[in-house]
Design a protein around this ligand. Structure first.
Ligand SMILES: *[C@@H]1O[C@H](CO)[C@@H](O)[C@H](O)[C@H]1NC(C)=O
Ligand SMILES: *[C@@H]1O[C@H](CO)[C@@H](O)[C@H](O)[C@H]1NC(C)=O
Ligand SMILES: *[C@@H]1O[C@H](CO)[C@@H](O)[C@H](O)[C@H]1NC(C)=O
Length: 385
């Protein structure tokens, strides 16, 4: 009893004094609230593999169900003075939260209103080792992606699903399959579909997505992004469907015509019509079954043309190969740039969004002040027991 009191005392003073090392982030899984920890990819930021991360300094703030990443960060000791890459860690810090979204959907609200051309706020799923590999998920290690983007000497590749890559001018949904599941070095002769099968609405409809009320999805305001992972009767992923919800209106991704066919979601038929035959959804399905890790990232390229695949030419209205889109320029010109993710939900198809746009966020204030009250109560108790 007394021991529990001491533990609770320590825990509560941590909460009240704001000493929590990893920010606590709440999300909803099948209707139930889950609290996870946010962990920064330490290897990506610090060659010294510094264990202590001051999340305020790297521009990361969490308020219950809402996570903000700032582009410009403060800490001079880190390798980078920009961006962050974060994962969801379980409460006992042993494993990342993993997601198998076959026959499920994932939704979140996003605010990209301050992300100009060249900035990329990304929320994606990768088949990272759930224990983080050698050093452990508590350190944010084990990164891999379809481009073999691991940051260490050994770059690791794995299947990647980009639920969201975007700024206020352009957005992109993509699946990148690999020739096998797990993580592997590209040198093994295995490969991933680096270009992947992508869906960017600008390619088909210039008025669908952009900043201002004339666009179907208006990026000057927050909106909800729903991604559905539909399966065949045997449970294999065969379609990735995108919906947007804004001002209580549900909007599907624009239909894409190719010859006599029309597509409004990612399927093998769509990918083939788009000229991508090497990214079969069956392979993505096999990888999802192993469990994917969620990655929240805000980044820019040091090359002015580095984000053209997302927002320029046929992909968007941003100028191509622009000097202003270089990371060093963006850091100076956009001190306030940030992305905010909130109301992350995973559940059965059609269960995580409503047509009236209600999301229960009105209870947020009440709940956080309640937990403070409970803590003060426990503190008082431990003083008297
Ligand atoms: C984190 O950094 C901020 C800004 O530099 C500082 O005010 C705060 O005390 C630091 N927090 C910890 C726990 O060191
Ligand atoms: C799909 O996965 C199988 C193994 O399950 C592999 O043999 C095949 O090469 C993969 N296809 C592609 C295009 O990666
Ligand atoms: C989800 O909603 C759509 C649109 O109303 C409907 O066509 C579809 O059948 C629903 N799917 C499930 C699994 O409920």
């Amino acid at each position: 009893m007394c021991f529990h009191g001491v533990v609770l005392f320590l825990l509560c003073s941590k909460i009240l004094l704001g000493e929590e090392k990893n920010p606590v982030f709440s999300w909803i899984k099948d209707g139930v609230t889950v609290t996870s920890l946010i962990v920064q990819d330490v290897v990506a930021r610090s060659p010294e593999r510094a264990i202590f991360v001051n999340y305020t300094e790297i521009g990361v703030t969490v308020d219950d169900k809402s996570l903000t990443q700032r582009f410009v960060t403060q800490n001079q000791n880190w390798r980078n003075e920009w961006g962050s890459r974060l994962y969801l860690l379980n409460n006992d810090r042993t494993n990342y939260e993993t997601f198998d979204l076959r026959n499920k959907e994932l939704s979140f609200d996003v605010d990209v209103s301050s992300l100009v051309c060249g900035l990329n706020g990304a929320l994606y799923m990768i088949e990272m080792p759930k224990n983080g590999g050698a050093e452990g998920s508590a350190f944010g290690t084990g990164y891999c992606d379809a481009g073999g983007g691991g940051t260490d000497s050994e770059k690791l590749a794995c299947t990647e699903i980009d639920l969201w890559e975007g700024n206020k001018e352009a957005t992109h949904l993509a699946s990148h399959s690999c020739s096998r599941t797990g993580q592997f070095s590209v040198g093994e002769g295995k490969y991933c579909a680096i270009g992947g099968c992508t869906m960017n609405p600008y390619r088909y409809d210039h008025s669908f997505y952009g900043y201002g009320s004339s666009y179907t999805v208006d990026t000057s305001k927050k909106f909800t992004v729903v991604t559905q992972f539909l399966t065949s009767a045997s449970g294999n992923l065969n379609e990735i469907r995108r919906l947007y919800v804004q001002k209580g209106k549900v909007v599907s991704a624009p239909a894409i015509s190719n010859g006599a066919m029309s597509y409004s979601s990612i399927t093998d038929a769509f990918c083939e019509a788009a000229g991508v035959s090497n990214s079969p959804l069956q392979n993505v399905s096999n990888s999802l079954e192993m469990g994917h890790v969620l990655s929240f990232s805000l980044w820019a390229s040091d090359d002015g043309a580095g984000m053209d695949w997302l927002n320029s030419g046929k992909n968007g209205r941003c100028p191509e190969n622009s000097e202003a889109a270089k990371r060093t320029k963006l850091v100076k010109s956009n001190p306030g740039a940030h992305v905010t993710w909130s109301n992350l939900k995973v559940g059965a198809i059609n269960s995580t969004f409503t047509r009236d746009g209600g999301d229960g966020s009105g209870s947020l204030l009440v709940r956080s002040s309640l937990s403070t009250l409970v803590c003060i109560f426990i503190l008082l108790l431990t003083l008297f027991v």
